[in-house]
Design a protein around this ligand. Structure first.
Ligand code: ZN
Length: 166
């Protein structure tokens, strides 16, 4: 398989990937297969690896959200009031369910992060960085392998060595 960017050959590798995400920072995925272009250091992820990356990303995100101070969270009624919708509409909202507002579960109730609710009201996306941003961002692009076609995953940044997120 040849790289679309530089024409180099992809080499299959297995090991630990350290990925960067603008919301959760660095995180690691262990023992996964991936392809690396020998010419330009571009990466391709087989579908199974992409799924593992996604799972790990969700895990780290939940961990980071749940470790924020409890005073940052409000009840569903309060969140619904701020958004001007009913509680039922809040619980059913597809984007909110998909994580566009940060939430935690506590004693069987869902609590919403206030800053995230306000940001969501403003622009429809309540996500914000859960870690301090570093300036040493690398401008690489990554792709997911699906039946021979390449699909760019712009949210991911990657490096192969580096510190562990937690
Ligand atoms: Zn290449």
């Amino acid at each position: 398989m040849r790289c679309l960017r530089c024409g180099g050959e992809y080499q299959m590798r297995r090991g630990t990937l350290v990925l960067k995400d603008k919301f959760i920072g660095d995180y690691e995925v262990h023992a996964v297969e991936y392809f690396e272009c020998e010419g330009c250091d571009r990466f391709l992820f087989p579908e199974q690896t992409a799924r593992k990356i996604e799972q790990r990303r969700e895990e780290v995100k939940r961990h980071l959200i749940s470790h924020r101070p409890i005073r940052e969270f409000i009840t569903a009624s309060e969140a619904a009031d701020i958004l001007g919708i009913s509680r039922q509409a809040l619980h059913k909202h597809r984007r909110i369910r998909r994580g566009f507002i940060y939430s935690i579960e506590l004693g069987g109730r869902i609590l919403y992060n206030l800053k995230s609710v306000l940001k969501f009201r403003e622009c429809g996306d309540g996500r914000f960085p859960l870690i301090r941003q570093s300036d040493e961002e690398q401008d690489d692009t990554y792709a997911l392998i699906t039946e021979g076609s390449e699909q760019v995953l712009p949210e991911y940044k990657i490096q192969r060595t580096g510190p562990t997120a937690f």
